[in-house]
Write a protein that binds this ligand. Structure first.
Ligand SMILES: [Zn+2]
Ligand SMILES: [Zn+2]
Length: 568
């Protein structure tokens, strides 16, 4: 924890250094805020003329020059009146000053540069050595898209050159294996001007999405889920009742038809609830587990769109578990087990879990909160998985579990969630008849494992750097003949391999074998079957893997045996 705090101080001090450099280079720039972030830091500016990426080296050089002055960084409280005078031409800082309680505000000072700030810095600018600027992007004052548009310069800083180098290497790798780039190169998906933020899945990309879906379906079936499908568009009133209208309106898409207002669903919950409410329910039907691969639409600012990581439409592998409070623990345990099974299958072994508990303005009575929260913790303990507790960070309507995975490049991703909900059952007046014949209120557990199918696909692509493992590769096997004479043998093989359920194809071109190998390699096909005169004559196969290793004289049975193993 201490290390993290020190790193934040280092990064926040570097943000001041950036603002200092900007002030010297472009004195008419208005400063706003410059916090440390998990990745580094940023500072949001209102420049006189927009900064360009080309300006970054110059700004960085100025930062190093100021750092070399070894200016002590001082922080003190000053009267608000004095601060208002200092910032008389900066409406952003004036707004910030007004929001601070008390008569004084904190001010950081290094040389003749000063900045409104709560404090927490390194001693002098000379300690700021291992930093780099990462880029410029658009932002808004107070992240409000109706507000003033600003420019954000982001950077990062570390204690040692070694840490900075490691970060830069990771970043270059991440750029090299950006899923948007891989999606194009591997012909998986694309984006078009006609639908900004709405992905188009090509046949091979859709294949992977289907594989993810079908794999989960096999698990859902074993665990007594029932799959449903609910409309993409539902009436406004429903979203008002569910509370989504109040909380999500800014990111919802609307439509008007027959003088009635509709909204495209940003979440799947109300649909599942209407199915539950279709008729009276008995305790015998609980837990009732309704799963839905539900396509949702949420508006996002164009500046934050990021391929499949942040798109305007995606499919949640959603489920709503309607159950009694007593059933929460057993159901959550099953969800935790299924989540681990899924994440491990896809090669994510580093999984961290957080439990968020009752916040201050919570709804529902204390005993219900207590019961649900201890049910979540007990389930995690029974599953023998360590977890962290985030006190008071739950939603107002119930406690939740969040799963985070770490990928091959050391980045963390939040995927699955398990959210207990007391609010919607009350809001929609959900009931079941208890064994004593009394009407009782169920709770809802909202849960997702992948989170978003599309985003999980993108995480997988980057995690594996485009080399999807055999079991999830859209094309698993590609047959390449050395000459056209082996084509009949190749067709025979293809048919048999496909009959066993593998995704195989054949290179129909008349390219020389090296050309065919190169193309299959670029397509990241895990297995290539190379057939020459010798193979055709002996009914064997030369198996070439993606990494170039080869095995000769393999029979079809041997190949199928290997494939069964690789598919597990
Ligand atoms: Zn500061
Ligand atoms: Zn839900």
């Amino acid at each position: 924890m201490k290390k993290e705090q020190e790193l934040n101080q280092l990064r926040h001090s570097t943000a001041h250094l950036l603002a200092h450099a900007i002030t010297e280079l472009y004195p008419n720039t208005k400063l706003t805020i410059g916090p440390a972030t998990p990745e580094g830091f940023f500072y949001d500016f209102l420049p006189e003329t927009n900064f360009k990426e080309d300006d970054l080296p110059k700004i960085e050089t100025k930062m190093r020059e100021i750092a070399d002055r070894k200016l002590p960084i001082e922080h003190k409280q000053i009267p608000k009146e004095q601060a208002r005078k200092l910032y008389k031409d900066n409406p952003f800082k004036l707004e910030l000053i007004d929001q601070i309680e008390g008569d004084t505000v904190g001010m950081a000072q290094q040389g003749d540069f000063f900045d409104l700030c709560k404090g927490g810095h390194v001693e002098h600018t000379g300690l700021l050595k291992n930093f780099t600027l990462l880029g410029i992007s658009g932002s808004y004052w107070r992240a409000d898209r109706e507000g003033q548009a600003l420019q954000r310069i982001a950077g990062t800083a570390f204690f040692t050159p070694k840490e900075l180098r490691a970060y830069e290497k990771r970043r270059q790798e991440a750029l090299k294996y950006d899923h948007r780039k891989l999606g194009r190169e591997l012909d998986l998906f694309s984006f078009h001007e006609a639908g900004p933020g709405f992905p188009f899945f090509h046949p091979k990309g859709k294949m992977v999405i289907n594989l993810l879906t079908n794999y989960l379906r096999t698990l859902l079936e074993k665990d007594d889920y029932q799959e449903i499908d609910t409309p993409l568009m539902l009436s406004d009133e429903l979203w008002k009742q569910s509370g989504h209208y109040d909380h999500y309106r800014d990111s919802m898409y609307f439509s008007q038809m027959d003088e009635r207002a509709y909204a495209i669903k940003p979440m799947n919950c109300p649909g599942a609830i209407l199915i539950y409410k279709e008729r009276p329910r008995s305790y015998r039907e609980l837990p009732m587990k309704l799963a839905e691969f539900g396509l949702v639409h949420r508006y996002e600012l164009s500046g934050v769109l990021h391929g499949l990581f942040r798109a305007r439409t995606f499919t949640i592998d959603d489920a709503h578990i309607f159950c009694t409070p007593d059933q929460i623990e057993a159901e959550v345990l099953k969800v935790v087990q299924m989540t681990f099974q899924v994440l491990k299958r896809f090669g994510f072994d580093d999984i961290t879990i957080g439990v968020s508990t009752k916040p201050e303005n919570a709804m529902g009575d204390d005993s219900l909160w207590e019961k649900a929260t201890s049910a979540l913790k007990n389930a995690l303990e029974q599953a023998k998985v360590p977890y962290q507790v985030y006190e008071g960070e739950g939603a107002f309507y119930g406690p939740k579990i969040e799963f985070r995975i770490k990928d091959s490049m050391g980045r963390e991703w939040q995927c699955g969630t398990v959210q207990v909900d007391f609010f919607l059952p009350k809001n929609f007046n959900l009931e079941y008849v208890s064994p004593a014949g009394i009407k009782e209120r169920p709770v809802i557990i909202h849960r997702a494992i992948y989170g978003s199918l599309e985003r999980f696909f993108a995480i997988l692509l980057e995690h594996y750097k485009g080399k999807l493992p055999f079991f999830i590769a859209p094309i698993q096997i590609k047959i390449l003949t050395i000459t056209d004479e082996q084509k009949p043998y190749a067709m025979q093989l293809l048919e048999k391999i496909k009959a066993h359920g593998y995704r195989a194809t054949i290179d129909e071109s008349s390219d020389p074998i090296n050309g065919k190998i190169k193309i299959a390699q670029q397509q990241q096909v895990p297995w290539m079957l190379i057939l020459g005169p010798k193979e055709a004559e002996n009914n064997t196969i030369a198996l070439r893997y993606r990494d170039g290793k080869q095995e000769f004289g393999i029979t079809l049975d041997q190949l199928l045996e290997k494939a069964t193993k690789a598919n597990q």
